[in-house]
Ligand binder design. Sequence first.
Ligand SMILES: O=C(CO)[C@@H](O)[C@H](O)COP(=O)(O)O
Ligand SMILES: [Fe+2]
Length: 215
Amino acid sequence: MTTGPLIAPSILSADFARLGEEVRAVDEAGADWIHLDVMDGHFVPNITFGPELVRAIRPCSAKCFDTHLMIAPADPYLEAFAKAGADRIIVHAEATTHLDRTLQAIAALGRRAGVSLNPATPESAVAYVLDRIDLVLVMTVNPGFGGQAFLPGQLEKIRRLRAMIGDRAIRIEVDGGITPETAPLAVEAGASVLVAGSAVFARPPYDRAIAALRG
Ligand SMILES: O=C(CO)[C@@H](O)[C@H](O)COP(=O)(O)O
Ligand SMILES: [Fe+2]
């Protein structure tokens, strides 16, 4: 049995030419979830992939597909991602005008719902939707790219969020700049899921990279 935080490798840093193999490899190396970064070139200054890619790699792992939508608007695409195999759908508070309605729509599709917060967004953005989510994703970089430096100023937000969540069954996930050095800081502040792109895919072997993050 593994202890410590859950590790969710972000396939943004994987070899896209061998994506299916890469997903299988991190699954076998001990990843808890697979993190999928969906970018639209509008909400964030980068473009990645859509639901068809999610469908294509779905057979490569039975683990939770933790689907981070960096798209605006998100509502028109929720059903497509749910049908393609997303287990959890995470929307950005900043990309969604009617956050409560969006989270209800995700629940109606039978998927878990999460909310992501950009570095400049306060934790109060999720205060009125805590009964609709099982995860808050705290961005520890400005979203859009892998391989950026961790923003330590987010640690205080994680602490405040931890206090706000209290004993509710809601995980705090951190995303961006997570390395064996920054991971313990995020966990100490209250995170229990660590997304890592470059710290896994650029540091093979993957089993050792994942173990180093778990601490
Ligand atoms: O959502 C994002 C970036 O917007 C992330 O999931 C990145 O893919 C994390 O990459 P690293 O900072 O771990 O390299
Ligand atoms: Fe992400």
